[in-house]
Design a protein around this ligand. Structure first.
Ligand SMILES: Cc1ncc(COP(=O)(O)O)c(C=O)c1O
Length: 391
């Protein structure tokens, strides 16, 4: 029903991933493969394109106001797909999740306060925390025997100084592709209660879960945590609408919501009409598209993980969720400069550099597999050739 194999050329479309690849990675878009920025090389569900066509036909693009359909689409999706009942009054709309996170910092913390990140983790958290003059407190993830990441709450507890105010969880985890278990989420919730920490759960990747895995929303894993919980969700990863920069900040607790509301007003922003329209259309009509997408992504992930595993010394993490494959090159014995040069210069592939994800990411590269399968297969062929001397 949906043809994810259809070749799509994104060059010269103002794309960050394709049109700035040469500038940022030295990989020419003429024959390079862009596997860095976390967006997909697919069109969104047809319901989104139809909604945009309707907006063009209607022709007047004034301020967005009546958001009842938008809120109903969000609450419907969360109930239907995640078993999570959301109060429409708990939803605030921001210009994306990173912007929503920045407003959280301003609402709930002071300059100099500590903000805990489980590293390595999505790089924008670092940038926003530091730009707001708060302190990043890294809690390094540890690797389990099965190769997956786990939180080390005992070590984190022992290292607390009392200046920490807020914990950020990325669930599912980017990078690393972990779907956290109910038990792990419950343990983190208990930890936050024991140390009086606010919990921000960024669940932007929650719909991109491989067949056989199940994401558990934080309020379902730990109902007791809702009085200290901020949930971040969006349609933008799920349906490839990143350019719409529209996200949801969902705060069940009324007092926390008031504090967020004040900081939100102080930011001077209000909802973006186009973002709300595409988000509504995606949630209303995107179920079948998403189910097909997840099956397609699982096929791509299998190809890349197998290809990387075949290179001596390279260890990809199992990918349970997200379309971002995280691979450790430590076993090649090469420096990050050496293995990155082989991937970028020799293979003509632009991945995300592990160093940008903080402590523990140094020996890794992250590969975005949300592209046409033929391109993933070609990437695997090129990687094999670039490291052929290790065989
Ligand atoms: C964990 C996480 N949060 C947020 C974002 C981006 O959110 P937005 O584009 O809504 O600011 C990303 C994008 O990769 C992400 O991985």
């Amino acid at each position: 029903m949906f043809d994810f194999d259809e070749p799509i050329d994104r060059r010269n479309t103002h794309s960050l991933k394709w049109d700035l690849m040469e500038e940022r990675h030295g990989v020419s878009a003429d024959n390079g493969i862009a596997m860095w920025v976390a967006d997909m090389d697919f069109r969104p569900p047809p319901s989104v394109t139809e909604a945009l066509r309707g907006e063009v036909a209607q022709g007047v693009h004034g301020y967005y106001g009546d958001d009842r359909a938008y809120k109903a689409a969000i609450t419907g999706w969360m109930a239907r797909r995640h078993g999570w009942e959301v109060d429409p009054a708990a939803i605030a709309t921001t210009h994306g999740i990173v912007a929503g996170f920045a407003i959280c910092l301003q609402a709930f913390t002071e300059p100099g306060d500590g903000v805990i990140l489980f590293s390595p983790v999505y790089h924008a958290f670092y940038r926003v925390i530091r730009a707001n003059r708060r302190e990043v407190v890294e809690s390094p993830l540890v690797r389990r025997e099965d190769g997956r990441y786990a939180m080390d709450l005992a070590a984190l507890g022992a290292a607390l100084t009392g200046r920490e105010r807020l914990v950020v969880l990325c669930s599912p985890h980017n990078p690393g592709g972990r779907v956290w278990s109910r038990e792990e989420l419950g343990a983190l919730a208990d930890f936050c209660a024991a140390h009086d920490l606010l919990l921000v759960s960024d669940e932007i990747h929650h719909d991109l879960v491989m067949p056989g895995y199940r994401h558990v929303p934080m309020p379902l894993a730990a109902p007791g945590v809702v009085d200290r919980l901020v949930m971040l969700t969006a349609t933008t990863k799920t349906f490839n609408l990143a350019g719409a920069l529209t996200g949801n900040v969902i705060i069940p607790d009324a007092a926390l919501r008031r504090r967020f509301g004040e900081a939100h007003v102080a930011s001077g922003t209000s909802p973006n009409r186009f973002g709300a329209l595409v988000a509504t259309a995606a949630y209303a009509g995107g179920d079948a598209w998403l189910d097909a997408l997840n099956i397609y992504l699982a096929g791509n992930a299998a190809i890349l993980v197998e290809g990387l595993s075949a290179i001596p010394g390279v260890r990809p993490m199992p990918l349970d969720a997200t379309y971002l494959a995280w691979a450790d090159f430590a076993g090649t014995g090469m420096t990050p400069e050496e293995f990155t040069a082989r991937v970028e210069r020799d293979a003509g592939i632009a991945p995300s550099h592990g160093t940008t994800f903080g402590a523990g990411g140094e020996s890794f590269l992250r590969f975005n597999i949300a592209t046409q399968r033929a391109r993933v297969a070609e990437a695997v062929r090129r990687l094999g050739a670039a490291f052929a001397d290790l065989q």
